[in-house]
Design a protein around this ligand. Structure first.
Ligand SMILES: [Fe+2]
Length: 302
């Protein structure tokens, strides 16, 4: 794709029309402009996915509670930060009680050093009614999650590394469990659940959907994940070539899926890693309405 760094009328018009366009992005040659525009739309236009989230053991008092999830921000460039800022606005518009961030905030240490402070400022604008929580992804452990956690805490976002927090809604507790990343061998589901009572309802944050395999015995209420970027590239009929990277099964690469007697939700993420491309797989803000789920049968994974 041919890209130059001069201002063009077409580009100025495009930036005026599309809130996803951002200042400072490289511009295409005139003939390549339609391709460039399509490419930018696929990277920048965010889907707001609203759905009922079945949570095993959810108290009737928590039915209808609104929670939002962002994942795989990969803030490596100015455009990723701009996309995140728009995602934060979308989240705030949903007026959630809780916000969950499920890892991979940067791809590499240089990006973390450059964008950590701006990222924290952007996330400080989140305005959940009750609380926001964040867990590490594999990239965060490769970068170092400690400085990220420190900045998140200053921004009012509670980092969870194999830890849980109990939140009371009108006297009815709900437990948020944050499991560290599986790929980087930091996941300790038993440690994260230590102190959670058997009857308590849990919302589990785990970057990699495969973590469900290692915490199924802890009877999670639901698992919220990311990591796969929804497959990033989805071909008609064939789906994504990344569908088979999970041990859990190919269908868990995106969306809501049942695993045994609980559900796993896989968010498509906001950013990209390595190859800056998405096809039929736009960035996602998830907006869930909690609903009770009481399985009558035990389903087996694909
Ligand atoms: Fe990841």
């Amino acid at each position: 794709m041919a890209i130059v760094n001069s201002t063009s009328t077409n580009q100025a018009e495009y930036m005026a029309r599309d809130e996803g366009a951002s200042q400072g992005k490289a511009e295409p040659f005139f003939l390549a402009y339609p391709v460039y525009r399509l490419w930018r739309q696929m990277l920048d236009e965010i889907d707001l996915v609203r759905l009922d989230l079945p949570v095993r053991g959810l108290s009737p008092a928590h039915r209808g509670l609104k929670v939002c999830q962002l994942s795989d921000l990969h803030v490596d460039r100015d455009e990723d930060l701009e996309r995140l800022e728009r995602a934060v606005s979308r989240v705030n518009h949903e007026r959630p009680a809780l916000v969950f961030l499920t890892g991979d905030y940067f791809s590499e240490p240089p990006a973390m050093r450059r964008y950590l402070a701006p990222l924290a400022r952007a996330l400080a604008r989140l305005s959940p009614a009750v609380a926001a929580f964040a867990i590490p992804g594999n990239h965060d452990n490769w970068c170092s999650f400690a400085p990220i956690a420190e900045q998140f805490a200053k921004a009012g976002i509670a980092p969870l590394r194999n830890q849980h927090r109990r939140i009371s809604f009108d006297g009815h507790p709900l437990v948020v469990v944050g499991v560290d990343d599986l790929m980087t061998r930091r996941a300790d589901p038993n440690g994260a659940f230590r102190g959670v009572r058997p009857h308590e309802c849990t919302i589990v944050l785990a970057h990699n959907p495969d973590t469900a395999l290692y915490l199924r015995h802890l009877r999670p209420g639901v698992v919220l994940s990311g990591h796969t970027h929804g497959g990033a590239i989805r071909f008609p009929l064939l789906g994504s070539p990344l569908r088979s990277i999970l041990k859990l099964g190919p269908k868990y690469y995106a969306g809501l899926n049942r695993f045994e007697d609980f559900h796993v939700y896989t968010n498509r993420g906001l950013g990209t890693f390595c190859v800056r491309i998405r096809i039929n797989c736009r960035p996602e803000v998830s907006s869930f309405t909690l609903t009770p789920f009481e399985p009558s049968t035990t389903a087996t994974p694909a």
